[in-house]
Design a protein around this ligand. Structure first.
Ligand SMILES: *[C@@H]1O[C@H](CO)[C@@H](O)[C@H](O)[C@H]1NC(C)=O
Ligand SMILES: *[C@@H]1O[C@H](CO)[C@@H](O)[C@H](O)[C@H]1NC(C)=O
Ligand SMILES: *[C@@H]1O[C@H](CO)[C@@H](O)[C@H](O)[C@H]1NC(C)=O
Ligand SMILES: *[C@@H]1O[C@H](CO)[C@@H](O)[C@H](O)[C@H]1NC(C)=O
Ligand SMILES: CC(=O)N[C@H]1CO[C@H](CO)[C@@H](O)[C@@H]1O
Length: 438
């Protein structure tokens, strides 16, 4: 009797797993053949052969490329080499890549970079309603005239003390009521005064420091590394390592403040066998996290495998790629950094990383047309590459078109596509990278 129960249970479990496996193979588009879509002007980028998982392009055309990701279950051609960050200047006629030097004091040997995101500190501060103690805040002027310095705690945790000159240009902060009169007086005295006053923003010019945030997997753990980019020296100065118990199995980040970012968790489990089980059973236990020094919280959940994340041009919407569910979630960013779902755009292919075209606001998605070939790598029948463009993201019917598709003969395992004024970079998890005129 006992044996019968056990056998029945075992049969049921096997049937369930079998059914899940079939569904899993379908979700991985295991039997899909790639119809090629070519772009006329493309060439492989010299010096990038061992992966270019993520690409982030600055408004001035400097592209950061993370390379050398070692990830459980994914092929890797350079398993002994530590990862690197490359720089490419897209303003050049024939852009070349250059590895960035990383400052001492950072463990370069275990560097295993994954998603990256840049943040330019323009010194723009939002003063939240919670910090509307504006009447106690009177005046702050940098050189040459120092009229008095207020201390302020914005929701970004900035603190200004008397005597601290944080900004290169003269800066003035006044309570709303007295701004008009005092401002006009001061403007005469300091013609270069860089103060813009609106109801909730004070905009100040600073030296536009560029920070690069990198998801790192040293010894297969997850951290986020914050670097300062030194453009002249072509180097990265390591500033800090961010760790948190919720920052586990991190895939990608999008940085929206000096210390504020969203991060995706791609798997619930960290053990490779359990990860496989999680994917096959489609548990949907992964999420999007918000991180700030003061608060860390889950802001969206229920993803099969949350992957690429990016922000719309107006910074109001967050786009999250769910690779196993083959869709892109459009989420609305709330004042408290919570996210509410606006829509889900189904793509019919395994979407990895997302970027936004700075000219049009369209989403570009690096996709895996046949992810089974990525999991079970065979150089004779390699995984292909696919780049989709999503136009009119917020409309009733976003337009989806294939910009590039290849069966792996040129490019294998595309993970990201990033565009800069007619130039397109396509990166891959472990293979080469393609540069195209678009
Ligand atoms: C890629 O990795 C292989 C194997 O380690 C190595 O021989 C090759 O030089 C690497 N290529 C680049 C461009 O780093
Ligand atoms: C990289 O940085 C190290 C230490 O900061 C320095 O010794 C080395 O010369 C630098 N290399 C290049 C190519 O700039
Ligand atoms: C990929 O798989 C999904 C789920 O099975 C399916 O809906 C989609 O049509 C497939 N895509 C292609 C291009 O075959
Ligand atoms: C991929 O496509 C190329 C030409 O487009 C073809 O020569 C090659 O046989 C294809 N490879 C596979 C594995 O289908
Ligand atoms: C989209 C996203 O958030 N992840 C990264 C993918 O690549 C782009 C640029 O290529 C980066 O901006 C993102 O950080």
């Amino acid at each position: 009797m006992g044996k019968l129960v056990v056998l029945t249970l075992l049969g049921a479990v096997l049937a369930l797993i079998g059914e899940r496996l079939v569904a899993f193979r379908q979700r991985m588009n295991a039997s899909r053949a790639v119809e090629p879509v070519d772009l006329p002007n493309c060439h492989l980028i010299e010096g990038l052969e061992n992966g270019s998982e993520d690409i982030d392009i600055l408004p001035n055309g400097l592209a950061f490329i993370s390379s050398g990701l070692k990830y459980p279950g994914m092929p890797n051609f350079a398993s002994d080499e530590p990862g690197q960050i490359f720089l490419m200047d897209l303003n050049e006629q024939n852009p070349r890549v250059q590895a960035l030097n990383i400052s001492d004091g950072f463990d370069k040997a275990s560097f295993n970079p994954h998603g990256i995101s840049t943040f330019i500190d323009k010194g723009t501060m939002r003063i939240s309603s919670a910090s509307q103690g504006l009447d106690s805040l009177y005046c702050m002027v940098g050189n040459p005239i120092k009229k008095g310095i207020g201390e302020m705690n914005t929701d970004q945790g900035l603190k200004w003390d008397d005597g601290t000159r944080l900004f290169q240009t003269p800066v003035l902060i006044l309570p709303r009521t007295s701004v008009k009169s005092e401002n006009s007086v001061l403007r005469k005295q300091i013609p270069t005064l860089s103060l813009v006053h609106s109801s909730s923003y004070f905009t100040m010019k600073t030296d536009h420091t560029v920070y690069l945030y990198v998801v790192n997997h040293p010894h297969m753990k997850s951290t986020v590394e914050k670097f300062k980019f030194e453009e002249q020296q072509r180097s990265l100065v390591h500033l800090k390592t961010i760790k948190h118990e919720l920052l586990t199995s991190v895939n990608d980040i999008v940085v929206l403040g000096p210390e504020q970012f969203y991060a995706t968790r791609d798997h619930y489990f960290t053990n490779f066998f359990l990860v496989l089980l999680e994917m096959i059973m489609d548990l949907r236990w992964t999420y999007v996290l918000f991180y700030s020094p003061k608060e860390v919280k889950v802001v969206a959940k229920g993803f099969s495998s949350a992957n690429g994340i990016t922000v719309s041009l107006d910074k109001k919407y967050i786009y999250v790629a769910d690779v196993l569910a083959q869709n892109v979630h459009v989420l609305n960013k709330r004042g408290n950094w919570d996210l509410t779902q606006v829509k889900v755009i189904q793509l019919g292919t395994l979407v990895d990383n997302l970027t936004v075209d700075p000219d049009t606001g369209d989403i570009l998605a690096g996709c895996h047309p046949n992810a089974m070939k990525l999991l079970i790598y065979n150089p004779e029948d390699p995984p292909g590459s696919e780049v989709l463009r999503i136009q009119d993201v917020l409309s009733e019917a976003p337009k989806i078109s294939t910009k590039y598709a290849n069966n792996g003969s040129v490019l294998q395992g595309s993970s990201v596509a990033s565009v800069y004024h007619g130039k397109l970079l396509i990166g891959t998890v472990f293979h080469k990278a393609l540069y195209c005129l678009f």
